[in-house]
Design a binder for this molecule. Structure first.
Ligand SMILES: [Mn+2]
Length: 318
């Protein structure tokens, strides 16, 4: 698929539903609302949907958005590598043939849609859309510029991660020219934390565990800790970057309890290890430096499984 084909699709259909992934982040929401804004600007009807309510933390992306009433004719998924990421609220779309087009940047994309555009070198789906809209010669609204900037900024960790490319900076520059409040966006996305979040970080860091001569650190967040923090789900974003902040750590693991015996594992790595490969051994996936998977069992069993795999990776024999 190329941009000309996507342009043709966006021009020739109407009544779009745009799907975003569960536990939504800045890229899926920024991409979804930017695409919706552009489609509506083209005179089309379009809505953005998520498995749950849109998190208030990202409220500035959809403050001017109201859902439209129409019969859906075309379905587009953004930033969704696998139908499992649709979440229970959108699980009906997981049936084959329900999603017409998927625009994504995950190497691990499962090609579940009728047509798929994947650019694994793109820092964010928002960057793909920025380039697509330029190709289509669309004049972006300020709303769309805010959404696309947020998608690129959040997926590159504020232009710090290894996936930050010259293209990401050029797009950010182009979007800044729309007069967006980029410093306000970055403050909201990267600096401001709720009191509950700071207290949760504090207790999680105090109990952080280290393995293999401190080359691996593990942050554990239990249901009880989450309940006590009073945080909304979206506020848990970014916790996974904490273990790798420690000097000498090459693999940072964050284990978050989803249910009694189900744990969501996030891996962050330095250039020495492939996080995506590590998580694939547990049925997950993602990017080279950042990936995730789910493991079931008790916390101790999950930790044992992880350390066994890490032992192999680090080349420790006993
Ligand atoms: Mn993304």
């Amino acid at each position: 698929m190329d941009f000309a084909e996507i342009k043709n699709i966006l021009e020739s259909h109407d009544h779009y539903t745009i799907l975003t992934h569960k536990s939504p982040d800045g890229d899926t929401l920024g991409s979804g609302f930017a695409l919706c804004d552009v489609l509506r600007g083209m005179g089309k009807k379009a809505n953005v949907v998520n498995s749950e309510a849109f998190p208030p933390r990202y409220g500035f992306l959809f403050e001017n958005y109201a859902p439209m009433n129409f019969e859906e004719q075309y379905v587009i998924a953004v930033d969704i590598a696998d139908t499992q990421l649709l979440g229970s609220g959108l699980s009906a779309y997981a049936e084959p043939g329900r999603i017409d087009l998927c625009i994504d940047h995950h190497v691990s994309n499962k090609q579940f849609a009728t047509q798929t555009y994947v650019d694994a070198n793109a820092s964010a789906v928002a960057l793909i859309l920025y380039d697509l809209f330029r190709f289509m010669e669309i004049a972006l609204t300020k709303t769309a510029a805010v959404c696309l900037y947020t998608g690129i900024a959040t997926d590159t960790g504020c232009f710090k991660y290894e996936n930050t490319t010259p293209a990401a900076h050029l797009a950010a520059a182009g979007l800044m020219a729309h007069g967006i409040d980029f410093s306000g966006i970055n403050r909201k996305m990267f600096d401001v934390k709720s009191k509950g979040r700071v207290l949760l970080e504090q207790s999680a860091v105090a109990n952080m565990e280290f393995f293999f001569d401190d080359r691996c650190s593990m942050l554990i967040i239990t249901r009880q800790m989450m309940d006590e923090s009073g945080m909304e789900p979206a506020e848990f974003d970014g916790l996974a970057s904490i273990p790798l902040q420690i000097e000498g750590v090459e693999i940072g693991i964050t284990v978050r309890q989803r249910h009694e015996r189900i744990f969501k594992v996030s891996a962050r790595t330095t250039e020495r290890f492939d996080a995506s490969e590590f998580c694939r051994s547990f049925g997950g996936g993602g990017h080279k430096r950042a990936a995730g998977c789910e493991i079931s069992g008790t916390l101790e069993e999950v930790k044992d499984q992880l350390t066994a795999q890490l032992r192999v990776l680090f080349g420790y024999t006993k």
